[in-house]
Write a protein that binds this ligand. Structure first.
Ligand code: GFB
Length: 309
């Protein structure tokens, strides 16, 4: 049985791939790697990981990631750690003759000043938003690195670009987490302490959210499908965009705490929007794919948080 090596295997998307891997029982041997197993900042540990598992396929999810406020305040780490991790994994995937690799980008790496909706061709057409430029340039280099190996050696290295991801096993850290998990944790504490549920910023920015298990299914689809494209946006459609206020209200409704919402505009709103089209995905999908609704996904994520907090 061929091995699929999943880097970032203990994270949000890594755990979602683990959850859906049951559908592939008997077809692949999945190996989920966390930084405790192999620290991918170090080339020697990355080489020993590839030597140990000799994967046929790689799903490269590992990275130093976090929400707006982690990105703004830790640009050196966001750049250097992601450059090192990605360089080590992509070089080893080539040196160990991996049959196919899927590498994960993010829609925040697209240019900030664009005509919406954003599509895959626009990746290098301008600077990303200042709030996450360090992370964005490190991630853009994955696409450049994979393209170089495809052109020089014919390696089957494909990039996928998800929108804001959420779900069970997320990072619910109050300061460094992405907006959805951070607010799920904040509303939980606010209700416990009978305090205001404080949303940072104006609540006006817009985001497209994808449930982690939907993303995992789409990543496996791209892995198994013979796609010619080098980069594919994995997202709900452009008209399924929600404001941070709408998201906050869906979370508060689940806690029956909507009456205590407050906005603290002393905090940055970050990028106003990064609306993408999923037209290419819809073109290559040879089956009807139903995305989990935001309400349903948030409800599942809050249940998981309460059971694991
Ligand atoms: O998910 P998030 O942190 O990052 O969302 P981005 C930030 C938006 O949520 C901003 C608002 O408009 C914030 O003002 N917000 C409100 C909050 N309350 C909170 C809160 O308590 N915590 C957080 N984090 N936000 C990230 C990139 O951009 O997108 C990353 O920085 C990554 O690199 C990620 O790509 C997918 O969506 O702005």
């Amino acid at each position: 049985m061929e091995t699929i090596l999943v880097t970032g295997g203990s994270g949000l998307v890594g755990n979602a791939v683990k959850t859906i891997s049951i559908d592939y029982t008997g077809k692949y041997n999945f190996v989920f790697i966390s930084s405790k197993d192999h620290n991918l900042l170090h080339m020697n540990e990355t080489i020993s990981m590839f030597e140990k598992y000799k994967p046929s396929f790689v799903i490269h999810l590992a990275g130093h990631v976090g929400g707006l406020y982690l990105n703004i305040n830790n640009k050196v780490d966001m750049l250097e750690k992601n450059l090192l991790i990605n360089f080590n994994v992509i070089k080893c995937a080539h040196d160990f003759k991996v049959k196919k690799m899927i590498a994960c980008l993010s829609t925040c790496i697209f240019p900030d000043k664009v005509t919406y909706p954003i599509d895959e061709t626009m990746l290098h057409e301008g600077a990303p938003h200042f709030s996450n430029d360090a992370y964005a340039y490190a991630k853009r280099l994955i696409e450049v690195h994979c393209k170089a190996y495809r052109e020089n050696y014919g390696d089957n290295f494909i990039c996928v670009t998800p929108t804001n991801i959420y779900g069970p096993h997320d990072n619910f850290n109050l300061e460094n987490g992405h907006v959805l998990p951070a607010l799920i944790h904040k509303c939980y504490l606010a209700k416990q302490n009978n305090e205001d549920f404080v949303i940072r910023g104006s609540g006006r920015p817009l985001r497209q959210f994808i449930f982690s298990e939907d993303l995992a299914k789409l990543i496996m689809f791209v892995l198994e499908k013979n796609v010619k494209d080098s980069n594919i946006i994995l997202s709900v459609s452009e008209n399924q965009e929600n404001s941070i206020e709408e998201v906050s209200r869906i979370i508060a409704q689940k806690y029956n705490y909507e009456h205590m919402i407050e906005f603290d505009t002393s905090y940055s709103d970050g990028q106003y929007k990064k609306t993408v089209t999923n037209q290419k995905l819809m073109e290559i999908l040879d089956c009807d794919f139903t995305f989990t609704t935001l309400k349903e996904g948030i409800s599942k994520t809050i249940d998981w948080f309460i059971n694991h907090h």
